[in-house]
Write a protein that binds this ligand. Structure first.
Ligand SMILES: NC(=O)c1ccc[n+]([C@@H]2O[C@H](COP(=O)([O-])OP(=O)(O)OC[C@H]3O[C@@H](n4cnc5c(N)ncnc54)[C@H](OP(=O)(O)O)[C@@H]3O)[C@@H](O)[C@H]2O)c1
Length: 219
């Protein structure tokens, strides 16, 4: 995909990966819209404050990106939440929020975005290594991400004829700080994770090259 002049919406564009993706994509000439619950105006990107767990807010975010840049060429799903702890200590509310944010949100937002994304466009999900290697103490998170990876694979097949590229990326633990603000539980001691700038560079390389799958060992 050609990034110069492309209109790209980043869900979770204020997060550790999302904000770095936004910065780099702007440097490469893309028109970027960042969306999150805490998005505040910053120069060079369009910001939309929205809770994307609501389908109507997904539709509004897409409308605002199209209004700002006249088109939509890509969506990057970098919104997500994590929780830690055994299933016995994981509440129903936590399970629901993990699936709402990590699974339903990208499905709702992809559905809204596909009303606008034309031939040659891109959808990227960032499911993570847990979609390949589900982890004890992160059962519901792993399940929400494995479901996202399955969604990504299925729509890749569905959208092939429209020449829309769908990429699922499954990086391992990355030093963005995600593990320091779980919605429940406390992170175990992980060994040093990936450098977020290197992960972002690999994600952008995949978008430019039209790759469709970035397994954990691609990082
Ligand atoms: N870091 C890792 O180790 C790692 C590894 C593999 C995969 N991933 C995945 O990569 C994605 C980005 O991770 P990260 O490390 O950048 O996490 P992060 O720094 O916590 O960023 C998460 C982003 O999602 C946004 N968000 C959360 N709930 C939202 C909602 N309901 N509506 C709109 N935006 C929402 C957050 O903003 P607000 O809270 O302001 O809404 C924030 O911008 C996540 O899906 C994560 O699971 C991360």
């Amino acid at each position: 995909m050609e990034l110069q002049g492309a209109s790209i919406l980043i869900a979770g564009g204020t997060g550790g990966l999302g904000s770095r993706l936004a910065r780099r994509l702007v440097e490469l000439g893309a028109n970027v819209t960042v969306v999150s619950r805490s998005a505040a105006a910053v120069s060079e990107v369009t910001t939309v404050t929205a809770d994307l767990r609501l389908p109507s807010e997904c539709e509004r975010a897409v409308r605002e990106a199209v209004a700002a840049h006249g088109r939509l060429d890509g969506v990057i799903h970098a919104a997500g939440v994590v929780a830690f702890g055994g299933l016995d200590e994981t509440s129903v509310d936590t399970v629901e929020d993990l699936f709402m944010t990590n699974t339903f949100l990208p499905i709702f937002l992809t559905k809204a975005a596909l009303e606008h994304i034309a031939e040659g466009g891109t959808v990227m999900t960032i499911s993570g290594v847990v979609a390949e290697q589900p982890m004890a103490g992160m059962a519901a998170y792993s399940a929400s991400k494995a479901a996202l990876a399955a969604f990504s694979t299925a729509i890749r097949r569905e959208l092939r004829r429209k020449r829309i590229t769908v990429i699922d990326a499954r990086p391992g633990h990355t030093e963005t700080g995600l593990a320091d603000h779980p919605i429940a539980g406390t992170a175990p001691s992980f060994k040093e994770g990936h450098d977020p700038d290197r992960v972002v560079a690999r994600l952008i390389e995949a978008i430019v090259a039209g790759e469709t799958d970035l397994p954990a060992d691609a990082f």
